[in-house]
Design a protein around this ligand. Structure first.
Ligand code: ATR
Length: 272
């Protein structure tokens, strides 16, 4: 029997994780099966327990269960502890290790796939919800000259700022506070793209060599990337690369082997 893994969420039907991990296991020759598991909104813990009883070795956790997963584990990596959210579970006899590979996925996509260094750059992170919290630590570990967190609800940006203050040079505020500033890398971690809108960015926020990065993805450009393109921004990226890189990081945690990601990213870009 191959080792069993799954992604758990609600909804889950459109998850790309089974495709990505099937490609990874084919490529690395790992004997494993990776499925998708729809858990009832009030049935996460029960679904995890049933999966473990079947002999499941690990899980990816997606919306809306990342906080519940964080509370369920017996051990946390530092990055998951700081993110206060878990997207990867590894089961080992009675123990459940919780990790969060989202931030590392974003960092690898920017630095390795896009070839853009974060070190000494001015970074703007838009949003202060779960998606933003998950990427702050890996971004700061890459030593930007400054990381500014901007959020519609200012206080939530301040809370994140305080939590991560010891890890690097941080500022926080709302979108109006960005007036007169510009950034090398601007990351959209808000859910605005889901509402087909974009955060209220002041003009002049990009410089001509900026990278505009939207953690969301869809077939056409997101409203934020469309705006960036209209402003003449040279480098545009959506969240497909991050999705594949966070999966690769989970795969590495489970199997001790790092899969090649470029071909899988290209395949997904063609399918999306
Ligand atoms: P997620 O887990 O995707 O981060 P979340 O925790 O609900 O979801 O956070 C959503 C984020 O998107 C928040 O930062 C939210 O701003 P508020 O804290 O002010 O609610 C931000 N957001 C959602 N819609 C937005 C919009 N139209 N413009 C700007 N920010 C938006």
């Amino acid at each position: 029997m191959p080792d069993l893994y799954t992604v758990i969420g609600n909804p889950i039907a459109h998850s790309k994780s089974p495709f990505i991990h099937a490609e990874f296991s084919r490529q690395t020759g790992q004997e494993m099966r990776y499925e998708a598991l729809l858990a009832p909104l009030d049935g996460f813990v029960k679904a995890v327990s049933a999966f473990r009883q079947q002999g499941g070795k690990g899980m990816n956790v997606t919306v809306p269960f990342k906080l519940e997963a964080y509370k369920l584990v017996t051990q946390l990596t530092e990055r998951a502890s700081m993110a206060q959210a878990v997207n990867t579970l590894k089961f080992n006899e009675g123990r459940i290790l919780g990790d969060n590979t989202d931030g590392a996925g974003l960092e690898r996509d920017i630095t390795k796939n896009l070839g853009i260094s974060i070190e000494n750059k001015r970074i703007l992170l838009m949003g202060a919800g779960g998606a933003a919290r998950g990427v702050v630590l890996p971004l700061l570990e890459s030593k930007p000259s400054i990381l500014v967190i901007a959020n519609r609800t200012k206080n939530k940006a301040h809370v994140l700022h305080q939590q991560f203050a010891a890890y690097g040079n941080l500022e926080s505020g709302d979108f109006a506070d960005l007036s007169g500033k510009n950034f090398d890398i601007i990351i959209n971690a808000t859910s605005a793209s889901l509402q087909d809108t974009l955060p209220p960015l002041p003009p002049g926020i990009f410089c001509n060599k900026s990278l505009a990065y939207d953690m969301m993805y869809r077939k056409k450009l997101t409203p934020f990337l469309e705006f960036a393109q209209q402003q003449g921004v040279k480098y545009l990226a959506d969240g497909i690369g991050m999705l594949v890189e966070q999966a690769a990081e989970s795969f590495f945690l489970w199997r001790g082997v790092r899969p090649e990601t470029k071909r899988v990213i290209d395949m997904l870009k063609q399918r999306t």
